[in-house]
Design a protein around this ligand. Structure first.
Ligand code: 13P
Length: 252
């Protein structure tokens, strides 16, 4: 079964407004005209509208928010609702990034609520999971990720789950320059697909795009994306440079 190939950039808290527009423009200008890769730019919230405007004639490039609040609206000073990010052009929302989990104490329980509000509004969650180094050293990484998926996603019905994109991002590979080997990525992606199959059946599992994240670069993207169960990448640092990001998109 054909799965959607996806290359998503996560700009994190980088680039001011002008720099963000410049980067989005540079990527759009050089995008291959005929590509079956869905490209997503995960920009800071303040850039979303301008970047969405730059990309309006590029149907294969979408815009993602990096987070949203689980409540529809209300007295949550400083937060953003799904409705807000959707109203400025976001069609994806990155949820449960390890930095949100670590620095903002986002639990699987809160993430499950965020997944629900994002789906209710018709946006696509990119749900992140991944283990810290000490868990991998103890060979408990599959169990660890299983719990994240069970508690964050498996309350969904099959029809809802089929809209989810998963990003496996081992914490020890994020921003460290250390990439999971293609074999390590494939092992985890295969396990994730198996878990989905057990919960929702083979059809849903075979349709779910599972992205790898953690020091994806032009030099390693081809090998990673060549793995059977790796359907693309969630790219941090290398998504901030147009030539690198374009090269990664071209790695499929
Ligand atoms: P790096 O590509 O900078 O390691 O970041 C990965 C990541 O966290 C993407 O969400």
């Amino acid at each position: 079964m054909k799965r959607k190939k996806i290359v998503a950039g996560n700009w994190k808290m980088n680039l001011n407004y002008k720099e963000g527009i410049k980067l989005a423009t540079a990527i759009a200008k050089k995008m291959p005209a005929q590509s079956d890769v869905q490209v997503i730019l995960g920009t800071p919230a303040i850039h979303l509208k301008a970047v969405a405007d730059v990309l309006q004639h590029f149907s294969q490039i979408a815009v993602a928010a990096q987070n949203c609040h689980q409540a529809e609206k209300g007295a949550y000073t400083g937060e953003l609702s799904v409705d807000m990010v959707q109203s400025v052009g976001a069609s994806y929302v990155i949820l449960g990034h390890s930095e949100r989990r670590a620095y903002f104490k986002e639990s699987n329980e809160v993430l499950a609520q965020k997944v629900d509000v994002v789906l209710e509004k018709g946006l696509t969650p990119i749900f992140c999971c991944g283990e810290p180094l000490e868990i991998r050293k103890k060979k408990k990484h599959v169990k660890f990720v299983k719990k994240q998926l069970q508690e964050g996603l498996f309350h969904l019905k099959a029809k809802e789950f089929s809209k989810i994109v998963i990003a496996y991002e081992p914490i020890w590979a994020i921003g460290t320059g250390v990439t999971a080997s293609p074999e390590q990525a494939q092992e985890m992606h295969k396990s994730i697909r198996k878990l989905i199959a057990k919960q929702y059946g083979d059809k849903v599992a075979n349709k779910t795009s599972i992205l790898y994240g953690g020091s994806v670069k032009p030099a390693n993207a081809k090998e990673l994306f060549g793995q059977k169960d790796v359907d693309g990448g969630l790219v941090g640092g290398a998504s901030l440079k147009a030539p690198d990001f374009l090269q990664i998109i071209g790695s499929f």
